[in-house]
Design a protein around this ligand. Sequence first.
Ligand code: TXA
Ligand code: MG
Length: 329
Amino acid sequence: MKTLIRSADDASIEAAIHLLEQGEVVAFPTETVYGLGADALNENAVRRIFAAKDRPTDNPLIVHVAEPGDAEAYAADIPPVATTLIEHFWPGPLSLVLPKTSTIPDRTTGNLPTVVLRCPAHPVAHTLIKRFGRPIAAPSANRSGRVSPTTAAHVLTDLTGRIPLILDDGNIEYGLESTVVDCTEDTPLLLRPGSITLESLRSVIPNLSLPPTTAPPRSPGMKYRHYAPSTPVTLYRGDRRKTTAAIAAAVAQEPDVAVLWQSDRPLAARLVRQLPAEPTDAAPELFEALRAADAIPAARILVQGYSNSGIGAAIMNRLEKAASEIVDV
Ligand code: TXA
Ligand code: MG
């Protein structure tokens, strides 16, 4: 199969809808990362998402709706906490776990009785779902286990020859996958941190909790290795001054590395990329930087961590999953 990249104009969106109607998959931009979409209500179409990504079939998909009000058609119950979150954060980078209606095929949710719903704010995603007239199931458009794509070129690298069309709208806004909140229990749980931060969620639902770290993963996707470049990643955590010194010392010992850090100090490594010190500014560049570091031959990628507050918590969640080694200084 030849994979076309087309600028996401009206004609390309029409072409994408035509493919979706035929049960095909299409990659498209959202405000978080590029998604690989198919008709969420068509089992055979959904099957193609799993095949294109080599995704384990028990890892359920997020179902994207065009309007906040569309949640009612696919969630069997919308508890008050979900209503509050929808009012505050939809459309936007927030996904909610809710009990599903029978309209959603079991294949879409990996046989779970729940469905994750998201109403994206990106105009191309919105137009695509609205004009298609049905919800679109879409995981991130990367090969399973790899770093999520933040450009159409990333999607092409991972899925060339496996999907017919990529709608290109340049770089996306947030660069981290959506925040996931489980609304099916009495106490809402933050399953995946993202650009809608714990702090801003708690400002509207103060009882939001974090799942106990010892419990088995509640999100099937959490048990798989994720966000991982092929080159092993070492993550440095701690005070910025100390992690800067530790990375500089590590490069002096072993220069066959790529470094992603926040310092402007010169380093004799194979690749050195300065990322913004502010997590909000770093997030949109992070996955691109990891992919660039992975593309050069180097023995390791050394990454300087961020503080664990705000969007920093979401960045650290992704980096901890990508890392094969963590150095606390
Ligand atoms: O920003 C995003 O969320 C992007 C864009 C394309 O919308 N999508 C995305 O999908 O990141 P994916 O499949 O890469 O991540 C979805 C996560 C997975 O960890 C999956 O296991 C979890 O959500 N999930 C999906 N359905 C679930 C359910 N019913 N219960 C618990 N977790 C679920
Ligand atoms: Mg993913």
